[in-house]
Design a protein around this ligand. Structure first.
Ligand SMILES: [Fe+2]
Length: 324
């Protein structure tokens, strides 16, 4: 698969189902990212979310961002800034309990529209998890259950705007990172680009496409799939023209979910290793078992660093079953 994977979900319902499942499998194995069309969320709803998000930014966020830029003297920077991002954001939690009513400055129409949108995204996330199960040879519901914990998944949305930036070479819209959680669903601007993923040592653009939802996989899915699927480094390059909208929804484990590689995938990878010539064997990363909230405490301080030391650090935390 040479170009960025685009999956038409409508084709899952007909004679192209097998080929489409194969495309999803390849996208998960080789890209960690793909873009969905005909995902079941109506274009009218997406248009309304976009309009209200852009209006909200203009009305409630833009001035605050300008003041922040002025207070940090970011307009005239001459050296690279490595501890800040050129972004304006707010965060809404939906599950296990919603805090939508507590977010200031959202009018009723925006709250209602966002609620309707995230209900669609939650459904889509769970549908995708089952498609991944099918491709991985896991029983239906395995991934959803693995993320469930005692109160269900954590689901939230980061609403971001990346305003035009005078020095994109000196400050990133968002610095490179992998996402910590499960599966991420992104509604990105269809005109202003900027999102890039790291593939084979090269930064590759995630192409803007109207009414698509971009999917990527987080660190927890890498652990559960025993590295069959990987979380992939990505970043946002600020643009000199245009304001980029980005609405990223994170379907993550419940805080007390115990995360560990699926035993059947560990067994499968051992079989595969045994089958290849000893000289050809690649060193397989061993994944830890831990409680998700412990991972998040670690991630909070190390988000913009490589994930491997995070996985290593979780191995020394002891048996989560005994401590959970
Ligand atoms: Fe991210």
């Amino acid at each position: 698969m040479e170009s960025f994977p685009v999956i038409n979900m409508e084709k899952l319902n007909g004679e192209d189902r097998g080929a489409t499942m194969e495309l999803i499998k390849e996208a998960c194995e080789y890209w960690g990212f793909f873009e969905l069309l005909n995902h079941g969320i109506s274009h009218e709803l997406m248009d309304k979310v976009e309009r209200l998000t852009k209006e909200h930014y203009k009305k409630c966020m833009e001035q605050r961002f300008k003041e922040l830029v002025a207070s940090k003297s970011l307009e005239g920077i001459q050296a690279e800034i490595k501890d800040m991002d050129w972004e304006s954001t707010f965060y809404v939690r939906h599950l296990p309990t919603s805090n939508m009513s507590e977010i200031p400055d959202l009018d009723d129409d925006y709250r209602k529209t966002m609620k309707e949108f995230v209900v669609g995204l939650e459904k889509l996330a769970e549908e995708l998890l089952d498609l991944l199960c099918e491709n991985l040879g896991l029983e239906k519901g395995y991934l959803k259950n693995a993320l469930y914990g005692s109160k269900g998944p954590t689901f939230g949305t980061k609403v971001s705007n990346y305003p035009p930036c005078p020095h994109p070479e000196l400050i990133k819209g968002l610095r490179a990172h992998t996402d910590a959680g499960g599966i991420i669903l992104l509604f990105q601007d269809d005109r202003v680009s900027g999102l890039q993923l790291l593939k084979d040592g090269q930064w590759v653009d995630v192409p803007p496409m109207k009414h698509s939802i971009v999917i990527n996989l987080g660190d927890q899915l890498e652990v559960i799939t025993n590295g069959k699927y990987k979380s992939v480094m990505h970043r946002v390059v600020a643009q000199t023209d245009g304001n980029r909208m980005s609405i990223a929804s994170f379907y993550n484990p419940g805080s007390d979910a115990v995360i560990y590689p699926a035993p059947s995938l560990v067994a499968k990878s051992k079989e595969d290793q045994a089958a290849v010539n000893a000289d050809d064997q690649q060193i397989q990363l061993e994944y830890p078992k831990f409680v998700f909230e412990d991972y998040m405490k670690l991630y909070a301080g190390l988000k913009f660093q490589a994930k491997e030391p995070r996985f290593e650090a979780m191995k020394t935390r002891g048996d989560p079953i005994a401590t959970a």
